[in-house]
Ligand binder design. Structure first.
Ligand SMILES: Nc1ncnc2c1ncn2[C@@H]1O[C@H](COP(=O)(O)OP(=O)(O)O)[C@@H](O)[C@H]1O
Ligand SMILES: [Mg+2]
Length: 376
């Protein structure tokens, strides 16, 4: 798994048992292989931009897969595990553009999303059968290609006694609400807006750092309420649910526009970071409050790199004083490995499951997701 944060490739070695509602998994090993600066720069040269070199995009499609295959091969060697003992790779690929209908103005085109890092190259270069490109089937069946977390969340995290809200704070933040009654029709999932992506872009541009470690810079700034209000006025936040989004909207231009509109072009970088940090927390909580029935009690189980941003978590806690927030570790899901595990679940469904899930939420017809690439 590699998300929009471009921090690296998450590699989770999972042992899966059963399928559908009888799915269980154990996480045997996990690591994140960081992307080198040069790899990040190559991806950033086309990432979430409207205009790019078509040649570069074409070249990156196999190249990312070959780089990822090297990372997988080296990691397996480190772990002392031979490729022939692995049944399947589940590969998300690198999202380079996510275009829900709300984002693009072209009436005659539907929603679309593009993940590159071709599955055939991964299969040939690792010698392992690869399931990849999960998101296209979701769109073909009437969804937006995201969030796909809902399916795996439902299968591995539903509890019979407790209402659970699984919050993932990656580049973009999303959550899945799992009522304790286990009825799939009542499960829902949506993106909420920025997770780390605005903070990361600002850190890259103004501090030459990949992210705000533990939220320390934001903590030292002062929230600018006019800037916050200008950012929250974006029409994305008014859209109904479910909705999905990416860094195509939430980028430096988004911040600069809001600074102009609110007459805040000269405020300090710390204050901007404090405001971006608050925006992530407030838009997560706004979406939760709009979607989850107010009579429900529930526990939040959080995952994704954003849970290490302690300042975001403090804000969320202060905005939801009566709700307990735990790491997903408390329900046996390693928070940094969670998204990778969820794609292993989807791959397992593709080869062993029944195509029940996508019918229940956001898409119109039931489908299984992912394409199969054989090494030979
Ligand atoms: N110690 C930390 N303090 C603050 N933020 C962190 C920390 N560790 C990771 N992050 C954030 O998590 C991001 C990676 O999260 P991840 O879940 O991998 O997102 P994605 O799925 O988009 O790749 C980093 O880019 C960074 O913003
Ligand atoms: Mg990541």
């Amino acid at each position: 798994m590699s998300g929009t944060s471009l921090d690296g490739l998450d590699i989770a070695l999972c042992e899966m048992k059963g399928s559908g509602k009888n799915t269980s998994f154990s996480l045997l090993k996990f690591t994140t292989v960081p992307y080198s600066d040069s790899m990040k720069q190559e991806i950033l040269s086309i990432f979430s931009k409207q205009m790019v070199s078509l040649e570069k995009l074409t070249l990156l499609n196999p190249w990312i897969a070959i780089e990822n295959a090297k990372m997988i091969n080296n990691t397996l060697a480190d772990w002392g595990i031979v490729a022939s003992s692995i049944d399947l790779i589940a590969s998300h690929g690198q999202t380079v553009y996510h275009a829900p209908k709300s984002l693009h103005p072209l009436d005659s085109f539907g929603p679309a999303t593009l993940q590159i890092g071709d599955g055939d190259h991964l299969a040939v270069h690792t010698g392992i059968i690869t399931i990849s490109d999960f998101r296209q089937k979701h769109i073909a069946a009437g969804g937006e290609g995201a969030p796909l977390a809902v399916y795996g969340d439902y299968l591995i995290a539903t509890d019979t006694k407790e209402n659970r809200l699984l919050l993932n704070i990656g580049g973009i933040a999303n959550f899945t609400y799992l009522p304790a009654n286990g009825a799939f029709e009542q499960v829902f999932s949506t993106d909420t807006g920025p997770g780390n992506t605005l903070m990361d872009s600002f850190m890259r541009a103004h501090y030459n750092k990949a992210f705000d470690k533990d939220g320390e810079i934001a903590k030292n700034g002062v929230i600018n309420n006019e800037l916050l209000k200008a950012m929250k006025q974006d029409s994305f936040f008014e859209l109904g649910f479910p909705k999905t989004i990416g860094p195509e909207l939430f980028n430096l231009t988004f911040i600069e526009k809001a600074q102009l509109v609110s007459n805040n072009t000269t405020i300090s970088p710390e204050d901007i970071m404090a405001t971006l940090n608050r925006l992530t927390a407030e838009t997560i909580v706004d979406a939760i409050n709009r979607l989850v029935p107010s009579k429900d009690t529930y526990t939040i189980y959080a995952s994704g790199g954003g849970i290490h941003n302690l300042h975001v978590i403090e804000h969320i806690k202060s905005l939801l004083p009566n709700i307990s927030i735990e790491s997903s570790e408390h329900i046996g899901i390693q928070p940094d490995a969670k998204e990778a595990i969820l794609f292993a679940v989807l791959a397992n469904e593709a080869v062993a499951g029944s195509p029940m899930l996508a019918g229940g939420y956001a898409t119109k017809i039931p489908v299984s997701m992912g394409k199969i690439s054989l090494p030979q």
